[in-house]
Design a binder for this molecule. Structure first.
Ligand SMILES: Cc1ncc(C[n+]2csc(CCOP(=O)(O)OP(=O)(O)O)c2C)c(N)n1
Ligand SMILES: [Mg+2]
Length: 802
């Protein structure tokens, strides 16, 4: 690999606001915009709750206090600090602040703001896919938006060090605006440790340290824990505690005592006094510091309002302090800003411990409107009520660095993936082995689409059979590292050489991190203008461990292939803690993810190639392959275009039914040998019985629902693949479905053509055993299938009364 390119975004990006002659005017504009952003975000929520007609009795909601907390920081960032290439994850409940800022930049329309939280309006929480104003990362489930920025920085380095983006592309800063209570989410710390291992750069986490969560006030001195944790992980810390006015007060006689008093003030007391206002501060300060030299003079100089303004002059609400801190960062080290703020700052419920879901009353809103100098009827006007002229503000907005590029979302060209891939050969094989061999074969083809594949695994690289691929393509690391075991001639099947050229990202055991990394890798195209084909491997049962992060990845439209193995009871001796049961239901139900459970390796090869194309399609998505470690006999058949098509559409007749057949055995995945054996026995009594192999219940289901909807909408000819397939059976035929997973994943098939169904599968926890014992115990063996077929036929004969 060539010399690493410089991946720093720090130097050269300083706006030097405070050095410029124009600084006072810029500051005036920023302060005016800050007021406007607070007004618009508050008004947006008020409008949604009080001024739109209601029809369902529900409170619309929104978080005026949480928004107010971030207004100064976000105004400073978006209107002065950010560059177009920077990427931001906004604290979910500060969504109105984000939309208000976009509106002021001309990137969001008024109608969307008026319809905040209504269908088609601005979303409650920023959404990449549902909002039109260029959200970088969706947020909503707290903690996940924070961590994805860290993985996005790793992806950026991956692309830059491989020169998959032009050398002169400026590096992006990955910025998370973090609620302090978000730091209670474990996934944040999992990510931090992984970030340390990968020596991530250009990440800023800006903590909105308002010392309040949803329910309560956070622990005193939490900032110390935050500080030490981040330092331990190699982060720089910038604490933004006191604003300029307070710092000036500290320099006066008595100032040190005042500072000590605030430093030692319990969070709850500080919040309570913020809520009570000037008179409350005065009483308390007289009581605690009255005799201290200089304090009486300080109190005398301030009326209640200005005393309140002084005592709440925290740096997170002080534009100058904010800009100094942000522009002061030159290094590309990950940096955590602990920004002291007040929840509800500038609004009547500031500091109140119950303000999280609090909404200002119409009377409070009216007072606020008047105080802002906004006339009735011009509440949405961009420049109404400000003390800077419209012309000056327009000029200011025209030169905002962040807004200089009209389009920040990229659409890089597709990577061509052939329809047909060579199928690993062998008479007996598991789908997991087939997957490993397929990738290993691809690894031998430099210059092809495999160069865009990037794999990742949470410490299960070897046991999910990625080893041969990694041996050929290497591990990714910012710095080359040789494999010392090899140097020392220690024999091993794994050659773990690391370099920027490597194409596998090895993670520690944290499935959340895998899914967040896949989310970031799967957004490489739109974020960084370079397409990747990400493949993550994980043990199937541990999908549940990272399920929220997987859902999060899908929610924001990230594209990747998830290969989960081993799965089901078929893992046998490993036992119930590792045997997945409900993952087929996850595959069926998860939006944005198309699930397959191939039986044979030639099916896998077809699905794999289709998957790599599907994740690049405009209307595509991510793909989940549920694989098994159980070796089974391979069919060694010719792959015709018709078979390939049926495999991708979700299923095909392994043995087509005879005319007017009354029974079909329907099987998905690794229990096919039992289904085949049972089918052979059943054929002795019911010669026309068919054997249907389902490769994707998920695709069949989605296609069926789409066809039903199309018919409802008037397209009488709409037909689903599963309808065509089941049409080969007699109208009252019975189905026996079987899979190594929850039976409900296939039982819905009975609804398609109104066939009666006996659904076999696993609906209890598994346990250790061998396959014959376990299949017998859980009713998946040939005998159970034959019994089920008999039951189904008897029931049919009895007219469905059994
Ligand atoms: C995973 C998850 N759990 C719970 C919630 C509900 N929730 C939304 S905001 C919030 C508290 C946030 O406090 P903090 O992050 O400090 O933000 P603040 O409102 O104080 O700015 C909670 C519990 C959520 N959005 N996501
Ligand atoms: Mg908070």
């Amino acid at each position: 690999m060539d010399e690493p390119v410089n991946v720093s975004a720090g130097a050269g990006d300083r706006a030097g606001l405070l050095d410029e002659a124009l600084a006072p005017r810029r500051l005036a504009c920023l302060r005016a915009l800050e007021r406007k952003v607070l007004w618009l975000s508050t008004w947006m929520i008020h409008n949604a709750n009080h001024l739109r007609p209601k029809c369902d009795g529900l409170k619309v909601g929104g978080h005026q206090a949480s928004c107010a907390s971030l207004v100064t920081l976000m105004t400073g960032l978006y209107f002065d600090v950010l560059r177009p290439q920077d990427r931001v994850a906004v604290k979910p409940h500060a969504s109105p602040v984000f939309h208000a800022i976009q509106y002021l930049m001309g990137r969001q329309c008024r109608e969307k703001l008026e319809r905040f939280r209504a269908l088609g309006g601005a979303q409650s929480y920023p959404s990449r896919t549902k909002d039109g104003d260029d959200v970088d990362f969706s947020t909503g489930s707290v903690g996940l938006g924070v961590a994805i920025t860290l993985f996005a920085s790793l992806v950026q380095d991956y692309l830059r060090l491989k020169r998959l983006v032009p050398d002169d592309t400026p590096a992006s800063r990955m910025i998370a605006l973090v609620g302090d209570a978000e730091l209670d989410e474990g996934n944040v710390f999992e990510a931090l440790l992984e970030g340390w291992k990968h020596d991530i750069r250009n990440v800023w986490w800006i903590i909105d340290y308002n010392r309040q969560s949803l329910d309560s006030v956070v622990e005193d001195r939490l900032f110390q824990r935050i500080d030490s944790t981040f330092r331990t992980m190699g982060w720089d810390i910038v604490t933004l505690k006191y604003g300029k006015r307070l710092r000036e007060a500290f320099a006066r006689p008595g100032g040190e005592a005042l500072r000590d008093w605030i430093d030692n003030c319990p969070n709850s007391l500080y919040s309570a006094l913020v809520y009570r206002g000037g008179a409350g501060w005065r009483t308390r300060l007289v009581r605690d510091l009255g005799p201290t030299r200089g304090i009486a003079a300080l109190l005398d100089e301030h009326d209640d309002d200005s005393l309140h303004a002084l005592m709440t002059n925290l740096a997170g609400h002080d534009m100058e302090s904010i800009l100094e801190a942000f522009h002061g960062v030159e290094a590309d080290a990950p940096t955590c800003f602990i920004a002291y703020t007040i929840k509800g700052y500038g609004l009547p419920f500031a500091g109140h411990k119950d303000n999280h879901s609090g909404l200002m009353s119409p009377e409070q809103m009216e007072t606020y409107r008047r105080a802002q100098g906004i006339a009735p009827g011009v509440e949405w006007e961009r420049f109404a009520g400000l003390d800077v002229s419209e012309e000056e503000l327009r000029q200011f907005l025209d030169q905002v660095p962040f807004a200089q590029h009209p389009c920040r979302r990229h659409e890089p060209p597709r990577v061509a993936v052939p329809d047909v891939l060579a199928v690993p050969q062998g008479p007996r094989m598991s789908t997991q082995e087939g997957f490993g061999r397929l990738l290993s074969d691809l690894a031998q083809d430099p210059g092809g689409f495999a160069d865009r594949i990037v794999t990742a695994s949470p410490d299960v690289t070897v046991s999910t059979n990625l080893g041969p691929w990694v041996n050929r393509r290497g591990l990714f690391n910012r710095r080359p590292r040789i494999d010392l075991f090899r140097v020392e001639a220690v024999a091993s099947a794994q050659k773990w050489e690391m370099s920027p050229a490597g194409q596998h990202i090895e993670l520690g055991i944290a499935e959340n991190n895998l899914f967040l990394l896949l989310a970031a890798l799967g957004l490489a195209g739109p974020l960084f203008d370079a397409r990747l084909l990400p493949i993550g491997t994980v043990y199937d049962p541990f999908i549940e461990r990272g399920l929220d992060a997987l859902n999060y990845a899908c929610y924001q439209g990230a594209r990747f292939l998830l290969v989960a193995t081993p799965s089901g009871l078929s893992l046998a001796p490993e036992g119930g803690a590792h045997q997945s049961v409900i993952t087929p239901l996850i595959g069926l139900g998860q939006p944005g993810l198309t699930a397959f459970e191939p039986t044979f390796v030639d099916e896998l090869a077809v699905i794999f190639a289709w998957g790599l194309r599907h994740l690049q399609d405009d209307d595509g998505g991510s793909v989940y392959l549920r694989l098994s470690t159980r070796p089974i006999d391979q069919p060694g058949r010719e792959m015709t275009p018709e078979l390939r098509e049926a495999i991708v559409r979700g299923g095909y007749w392994l043995v087509p039914p005879g005319p007017e057949a009354e029974l079909a055995i329907v099987c998905s995945g690794v229990v096919a040998p039992e289904a085949i054996e049972a089918h052979a026995q059943v054929r002795q009594d019911i010669p026309g019985a068919g054997l249907l192999l389902i490769t994707s219940a998920c695709r069949l289901y989605a296609d069926w629902i789409a066809a039903c909807r199309a018919r409802t909408d008037g397209d009488a000819d709409a037909r689903a693949h599963v309808e065509d397939v089941l049409a080969a059976l007699a109208p009252d035929a019975a189905l026996v479905t079987v899979l190594d997973g929850h039976p409900a994943a296939l039982s819905w098939l009975g609804g398609v053509a109104r066939n009666r169904v006996v659904a076999l599968g696993v609906d209890r926890f598994g346990q250790s055993g061998n396959i014959p014992d376990l299949y017998r115990e859980y009713g998946l063996d040939a005998r159970a299938i034959v019994d089920a077929a008999a039951r189904a036929c008897l029931d049919q004969a009895a007219g469905g009364r059994l």
